[in-house]
Design a binder for this molecule. Structure first.
Ligand code: ATP
Ligand code: MG
Length: 381
């Protein structure tokens, strides 16, 4: 008998013919996750198992963060032919448990010499005999003892919930616009959770933004990179574009025009990354550049879809997720962002396209974009 971690997957069961592919990807992601604790990983009978990790708690922490994992169980594994051993394992697992319980047996091996109701009855009987403080309640038990008869017998009590989603790499690629704020890391994380491989672009405006602001963004990238399975961050200089906009465009429109240039540059990064979509942390009405009218004006310059997973979220809902995924504290550090440097006093909330185009006509857009891209720095995390 030994302890193993049984890793259950979430939506993959919906994938008909593609299921083996999704499972293979999940196994790869699980392997990546437990490499640091030397976990041994294998796939058997539609379940992924991990054994021999040098640090079991750390292995569980890592596994519950892997996109595609529904839950993790600390299970006892033993030879299913030895039913006495199965009974002993049940007693061992339940010896610290108090209150009501039920046994829930499942067999994927239908030729097993006992059927599920018989297993439930046998083990239930043993438990109440050997551990008299336990009581059976088949309707609303406090503890469910699961018994799975597969290639081996597996017993476990409380599955530990994991993040869910789909394995990274199964659903194409996207580039997210990563600022140092609270929203954009959450947005990138949410799209990655659906199995999308992410890259990021950050716009910096030295000397108006400092080296520390850049470090903050890279720190956020590093936090995310564990769940995102690594992350390439493109750091693109934005100072000259901002200065030109500031000099030549209508004052109330500077933020909006700036956002259109960000989209154009992000679009170029996405092209280089072979990404199919852009992702931002915008939510309707949060600031002037995120009104419905403003969003329409920024959306239109990208030639791939722009996903905004936070579009209907309140700030507090976004903060709750940021706390859960561990980015909130870093996002709250008070370094300046390039958007805050040149903020207009009365930003247009119902911008007129003619005024935007009139302003942009005074700029040599292609040259500005080429120049910014030429100064790009790529950091792999
Ligand atoms: P956040 O908390 O994500 O910074 P915000 O409320 O500050 O959001 P804005 O500054 O208007 O909103 O930015 C909206 C979105 O534009 C961000 O969520 C992010 O995706 C993108 N963005 C803003 N600034 C930058 C930047 N310097 N580099 C890359 N992307 C940016
Ligand atoms: Mg911001």
């Amino acid at each position: 008998m030994r302890e193993v971690l049984q890793v259950r997957f979430s939506e993959i069961y919906l994938k008909g013919l593609n299921r083996p592919y999704f499972l293979r990807m999940l196994v790869e992601r699980v392997r990546d996750a437990v490499r640091a604790v030397n976990g041994h990983v294998w796939l058997s009978d539609s379940r992924v198992y991990v054994s021999d990790a040098t640090d079991q708690t750390e292995a569980i922490r890592r596994l519950t963060k892997v996109f595609g994992v529904h839950s993790v169980c600390r299970a006892l594994e033993m030879d299913k032919g030895d039913f006495d051993a199965v009974q002993e394992a049940a007693v061992r697992l339940m010896s610290d448990v108090r209150g009501t319980f039920k046994v829930e047996a499942r067999r994927s091996d239908k030729r097993y010499f006992m059927d599920s109701p018989a297993i439930n009855a046998e083990i239930g009987h043993t438990l109440i005999t050997r551990l008299p403080e336990l009581r059976v309640d088949v309707r609303k038990p406090e503890t469910v003892l699961s018994v799975e008869i597969r290639d081996h017998a597996y017993l476990y009590t409380a599955p530990i919930p994991a993040v869910g989603g789909m394995p990274v790499g199964t659903n194409g690629r996207a580039t997210f616009l990563l600022s140092g704020g609270i929203d954009s890391p959450v947005a990138g994380w949410m799209i990655a959770k659906r199995g999308v491989s992410m890259s990021a672009v950050h716009f910096q405006s030295p000397p108006y933004t400092s080296e520390r602001a850049k470090e903050k963004v890279l720190a956020l990238g590093r936090i995310l990179s564990e769940s995102l399975c690594g992350l390439r961050v493109h750091l693109v200089p934005f100072t000259n574009i901002q200065m030109q906009i500031h000099e030549k465009c209508h004052q109330d429109y500077t933020t909006l025009i700036m956002r259109r240039y960000m989209m154009r540059l992000a679009n170029r990064v996405a092209y280089a990354e072979r990404a199919q979509a852009l992702v931002t942390g915008e939510s309707i009405g949060q600031v002037a550049s995120q009104t419905m009218h403003a969003l329409q004006c920024t959306d239109i310059v990208a030639d791939i879809p722009v996903f905004r997973p936070l579009i209907g979220f309140d700030k507090q809902e976004i903060i709750d997720i940021a706390e859960r995924i561990g980015t909130f504290e870093t996002s709250s550090l008070p370094y300046e962002d390039c958007c805050t440097v040149f903020t207009p006093r009365h930003p247009a909330t119902k911008p007129k396209m003619e005024i935007i185009l009139e302003g942009e006509a005074k700029l040599d857009t292609d040259a500005l974009l080429d120049e910014a891209m030429a100064g790009e720095e790529i950091v792999t995390l």
